[in-house]
Design a protein around this ligand. Sequence first.
Ligand SMILES: NC(=O)c1ccc[n+]([C@@H]2O[C@H](COP(=O)([O-])OP(=O)(O)OC[C@H]3O[C@@H](n4cnc5c(N)ncnc54)[C@H](OP(=O)(O)O)[C@@H]3O)[C@@H](O)[C@H]2O)c1
Length: 303
Amino acid sequence: MKKILVTGSNGLLGQKIVYNLLDRGNFEIIATARGENRLKEKNGYEFVSLDITDENAISDVFEKHQPNVVINTAAMTNVDQCESEKEACWELNVIAVKYLAQASEKHNSHLIHLSTDFVFDGEDGPYTEGDEPNPLHYYAESKLASERILQDYNIKWSIARTIIIYGIVDDMSRSNLVLWAKSSIENKQTINVVNDQYRSPTLAEDLAEGCILIAEKEAEGIFHLSGPETHCILDLVYMVADYYDLDKSYIKPITSVSLNQAAKRPPKTGFIIDKAKEVLGYNPVGFREGIKILEDQIKEKEK
Ligand SMILES: NC(=O)c1ccc[n+]([C@@H]2O[C@H](COP(=O)([O-])OP(=O)(O)OC[C@H]3O[C@@H](n4cnc5c(N)ncnc54)[C@H](OP(=O)(O)O)[C@@H]3O)[C@@H](O)[C@H]2O)c1
């Protein structure tokens, strides 16, 4: 059986990948994360604590486990934190990817790496894999630099770019667009929502499936793995409010300029996902269906 190593297995995507792999049962799984294992399910895979900024630790883990495939989900994902902690961002989002590429080259592993719609400037979305990146902030620069690193090594590589992931983690420690909008309005808090940024939200389970399809099909190159619909963020929040029948007067439309964020966000991204559909058989759910899946998962947890 082929061995697959997942980095960042405590993260949102990392958790979904491990659970999907457990369901499939066609890979030997090595789940790795910084610190302790926070997955609720502890059986059916091997857990190894791995900080991917530690070059020696990566060497040791690859030496011991000889993975055929590696999926790197670990990253500094908070855009404004990347702006204020540039050194730490570069170390994790770029230098650590170099360590993984080096080890993948040495052990002949297929390296699948996660990237973002933010590599584009958002002037001309939705984007295909062939469109020209033009990052607007440090997080985006770091992710684009990491994409280029993969291409510098003599390895089998794949880049899975994605957009606004929504989903729940085992301990419900992470919020997302749906949970934030729902809980704020239910608590009668007015929320400011931008009306000039367009995105294709991605259900975490769909993204995990896409990454695993890349691994199974040994599909190389860049893949755009997002949800199938592109909407303005304001409209996404209205869709959440409609779904739960919430009072929309708590939603205050604003422009991006008024937010005054440290890192300027691209106005209109969104992906054209035809390549992933054709090559991988990727078939993500629409946003309304995704909200329903999330709701069912939360109900299941509350039982
Ligand atoms: N979330 C989005 O909307 C979005 C959009 C576009 C692209 N992406 C990309 O998709 C990927 C997955 O995102 P996500 O939302 O699943 O992120 P996430 O939930 O923040 O998970 C990232 C994981 O990386 C771990 N990590 C941090 N430093 C580490 C280190 N030195 N060594 C090992 N692990 C480390 C974190 O550990 P702790 O849990 O211990 O902090 C966390 O569990 C990332 O590459 C991200 O750039 C995400």
